[in-house]
Design a protein around this ligand. Structure first.
Ligand code: BTN
Length: 225
């Protein structure tokens, strides 16, 4: 399967912005950059985007909030499945960070503007070091070899397409099997919440043994491994 409408750049400010721009004249786009100058993460954080990582945004025109919420779940599984194909056994930190042991391996951001949805995936592929204040790792550091960024991107995209066309109930069940039982702590409306994850329900609420919390509003999740 080949990537449709793929736009590849050496350097961009952010693949997210480029994807939104390209969606004005395309129904679906994939934007990859090898380096970003203004890479962004969730909650207005900066995403360090030096050469070696995969910086990919996948844009869909004319979708709704419901689709963007599904994408959050689907994309985590698509990345995990891709990593598994390289024998890397990573974990989901709810809602959709990917960790290897206690280090961040991949960050996912879903943005919606008018009716355009852009999924951004920042996966640490070939980086050999990170600033000391960042608890991150890369596929290179885990496996001691480099990977083809194109190949990794293609696998994620292929997995994503299969999952988008699958029954979402089954995808959610798969996701829940991976996150159930973890202990988490996060901020919600300025309050500190703690509890054991029971599941993410069909309304995209995180169901803890201490109550339900809308997935989009939770902040700064800490998993107590
Ligand atoms: C996070 O964990 O905070 C999410 C990080 C998302 C980073 C990706 S890299 C590709 C896309 N372009 C960006 O500017 N950000 C996302």
């Amino acid at each position: 399967m080949s990537l449709k409408n793929i736009f590849e750049f050496e350097v961009l400010d952010s693949t997210q912005d480029k994807a939104f721009e390209l969606l004005k004249s395309n129904d679906e786009v994939i934007v990859i950059a090898h380096k970003m100058l203004k890479g962004r993460g969730r909650y207005g954080n900066k995403w360090i985007s030096d050469v070696g990582g995969l910086y990919m945004s996948i844009g869909f025109r004319n979708r709704d909030i419901q689709f963007s919420k599904k994408l959050l779940i689907i994309s985590s599984i698509a990345v995990l499945d891709t990593l598994e194909s390289y024998y890397i056994n990573a974990k989901i930190k709810i809602p959709n960070d990917i960790y290897f042991e206690d280090k961040k391996l991949c960050g996912i951001l879903v943005e919606i503007k008018n009716e355009d949805v852009v999924l951004g995936i920042g996966l640490n592929v070939n980086q050999s070091f990170f600033p000391s204040d960042i608890k991150a790792t890369s596929m290179f550091l885990i496996k001691n070899r480099t990977f083809s960024i194109r190949e990794v991107a293609q696998k994620i995209y292929n997995n994503l397409k299969v999952l988008i066309n699958s029954d979402f109930k089954l995808v959610l069940e798969n996701y829940n099997n991976l996150v159930r039982g973890s202990f988490v702590e996060f901020k919600y409306n300025e309050k500190l919440i703690r509890g054991k994850v029971l599941k993410i329900n069909e309304n995209f609420e995180i169901v803890l043994d201490s109550g339900n919390f809308e997935m989009f509003y939770i902040r700064e999740v800490r998993v107590i491994f």
